[in-house]
Design a protein around this ligand. Structure first.
Ligand SMILES: [Zn+2]
Length: 176
């Protein structure tokens, strides 16, 4: 008997599927329908397609990020791509990328006549953060074999990041 011909349908919750005759029969019919039933060509919902697209683009981005040859320091610090904004401020990004108020960066684009600081050492972010005599926001200079690891933990640490922000702001406002 087709379902719509029965005016007395009662819907109720049953504790378990096993052992109840109606339920067993329903299970059988569901199994049969999935194997033998007509095929429907139902378009996928928009939300599903959006999710698919997002996953694919994140995967592509991750591959590019893993295989790229530049920005290794940032890759080491943030190995996994994400569409959630990072807690890094503009200053921390400038420090990590080197694209900020550093003689090295300015010289590269011919915006400055030298790539060293006033004390004649290479004016890159790491120099200013560790040994430069003209800045006061120093961190301990890591030994060579620990350099990457050290910068990674430094950039992941909230307190160190606040020192970096002060340093970059100092360099922005002062010529060194
Ligand atoms: Zn210096």
């Amino acid at each position: 008997m087709p379902l719509q011909d029965n005016p007395n349908i009662e819907v109720g919750w049953v504790k378990a599927h096993i052992g109840i005759a109606g339920n067993e029969a329903t299970d059988e019919l569901v199994k049969k329908a999935t194997k033998e039933g007509p095929k429907f060509d139902i378009p996928a919902p928009k939300s599903y397609l959006k999710k698919l697209l997002k996953t694919a683009s994140l995967q592509k981005w991750q591959t590019d990020w893993d295989e790229g040859e530049i920005r290794r320091l940032i890759h080491n610090t943030i190995p996994k791509v994400s569409d959630i904004p990072s807690p890094w401020t503009r200053e921390v990004i400038q420090f990590a990328t080197g694209h900020g108020p550093f003689p090295c960066f300015f010289k590269r684009f011919n915006l400055y006549h030298r790539n060293h600081c006033d004390s004649r050492e290479v004016g890159d972010p790491r120099h200013f953060a560790t040994t430069c005599g003209l800045t006061v926001f120093h961190m301990l200079k890591p030994s060579d074999h620990l350099t990457e690891q050290c910068w990674k933990s430094c950039l992941s640490n909230k307190y160190s990041r606040s020192k970096i922000i002060q340093l970059v702001n100092f360099l922005t406002n002062n010529e060194v």
